[in-house]
Design a protein around this ligand. Structure first.
Ligand SMILES: Cc1cc2nc3c(=O)[nH]c(=O)nc-3n(C[C@H](O)[C@H](O)[C@H](O)COP(=O)(O)O)c2cc1C
Ligand SMILES: [Fe+2]
Ligand SMILES: [Fe+2]
Length: 407
């Protein structure tokens, strides 16, 4: 037993027994984690029974066990609530079920299938719950709210009405190991937005449905499975309302890559021109850009300018990656434009259109230059900036120029 383990009582007889992963550098094998992350698990002690809500990532099972044993004994656990079957929260399910002979796993119907598949939990030890179901721990009720696709099809929330605590698993999460509570991490909103962009943005509609379901709850403590616990949940819930609704700002992302400087020059001229028009501009040189930062800005940007030279007949691989990211994350972008340069046959602009075209984004125009950008080329960039700016500001009748190569 390690007596230094930190266990926090986040509400009456509700304990944070999760793990801090200060060292983790990436999530999902590609998203950088500037502040590590946490795997939050919570122990709820009623008069008669104790329940554990979610578990932890591989490598942290013993730590979870030690923390639970500081408050109660894992052996006495009556319920293990699995809000989500992903291994960062459910990897210890077999371990906990093995250590707790009387424990029943509580999950949705889809969660039960996953628990059998991934964790080999037998049917007889699973309690399948749906919306409106609840279990009584003795003075503490756990009520279940189906919240599918946040972030897998089986996900649910657990609500403790006596203390008005919502255990929302990945929803409202943030990857950071800093701060027990929301008011202890100054940059939390930015990290939460980044997390939303990476993990939740593709699921705007299910997200809105879940918000409707929790609307009447008057939540006092919002306890997600990553990052700090919110004891002031109002602000993040308001932000989630805006983000899931796809509200965009007068804001453009200029994401580019350049090998010899031509696309770089055009991208920066575009950024300057948009900024001169009062538009918020985020510039990402894709060489070394943090994908999490891009995901964060995509949450409410209205336009994307993608810049890429032609490489081997198509987009530079980093630009292709950025475009595919836009495709899978499904941001609420309304407008796009392309900037590029080519040496002989071109091809980057065409591929950009192929990728962005089907996304219900209005491609306002493209400037694709043969060779270095001269005054005329930079004039075209200025024209495209004007057209894009007008669109972003909602002006009607804006005209766009399209490069010959994509006409
Ligand atoms: C590795 C490499 C591959 C290239 N492949 C093509 C190509 O397939 N077609 C083409 O028109 N130009 C090709 N080019 C030429 C570039 O598109 C051209 O030099 C362009 O102006 C570079 O723009 P930048 O200054 O923004 O890097 C290639 C250049 C490099 C370095
Ligand atoms: Fe997840
Ligand atoms: Fe997670």
């Amino acid at each position: 037993m390690d007596e230094t383990r930190h266990v926090e009582e986040i509400a009456d007889s509700v304990y944070w027994v999760g793990a801090r992963d200060w060292d983790r550098k990436t999530f999902d094998a590609f998203i950088p984690l500037p502040q590590g992350t946490t795997y939050n698990a919570y122990l709820v002690k009623g008069r008669e029974h104790t329940a554990l809500i979610d578990t932890v990532n591989p490598g942290f099972w013993k730590q979870l066990h030690e923390k639970v044993d500081k408050v109660d004994s894992l052996k006495n656990l009556r319920y293990l609530v699995m809000n989500h079957a992903e291994p960062d929260h459910a990897s210890a399910v077999p371990y906990v079920m093995g250590e707790s002979p009387d424990a029943t796993l509580v999950t949705t119907a889809k969660g039960a299938k996953m628990a059998k598949l991934y964790s080999k939990v037998p049917d007889g030890r699973i309690l399948v719950v749906k919306d409106g179901d609840a279990i009584d721990l003795g003075g503490k009720t756990l009520a279940f709210i189906e919240a599918p696709w946040l972030h897998w099809p089986e996900t649910m929330f657990t609500y403790l009405p006596e203390d008005r605590v919502l255990f929302s698993c990945d929803y409202f999460g943030a990857h950071t190991a800093f701060g027990m509570y929301d008011d202890e991490n100054e940059g939390l909103l930015s990290l939460a937005k980044r997390y939303y962009g990476e993990i939740m943005m593709p699921f705007g509609k299910p997200g809105q449905k879940a918000l409707e379901k929790i609307e009447p709850l008057d939540i006092r403590v919002l306890a997600p499975s990553h990052g700090p616990v919110y004891r002031n949940p109002g602000k993040i819930v308001d932000e989630y309302r805006r983000w899931t609704a796809g509200e965009t700002k007068e804001k453009a992302i200029v994401a580019f890559v350049s090998m010899w400087g031509t696309t770089d020059r055009m991208a920066k001229a575009m950024a300057e021109a948009l900024a001169n028009d009062g538009i918020e501009v985020c510039v990402f040189n894709l060489q070394g850009a943090d994908v999490g930062d891009i995901a964060r800005e995509l949450v409410d940007a209205r336009a994307l300018v993608l810049g890429s030279p032609t490489v081997l007949g198509g987009l530079h691989p980093l630009a292709a990656y950025a475009a595919s990211l836009v495709k899978v994350l499904r941001p609420p972008l309304k407008y796009a434009a392309f900037l590029g340069s080519y040496g002989w046959g071109g091809g980057a602009a065409r591929q950009a259109l192929e990728l962005l075209g089907p996304l219900r984004i209005d491609v306002v125009g493209a400037v694709d230059i043969n060779g270095p950008a001269d005054g005329e080329a930079m004039g075209k960039v200025a024209d495209l900036a004007r057209a894009l700016s007008a669109k972003i500001k909602g002006a009607t009748g804006a005209t766009a120029r399209t490069a010959e190569s994509i006409a």
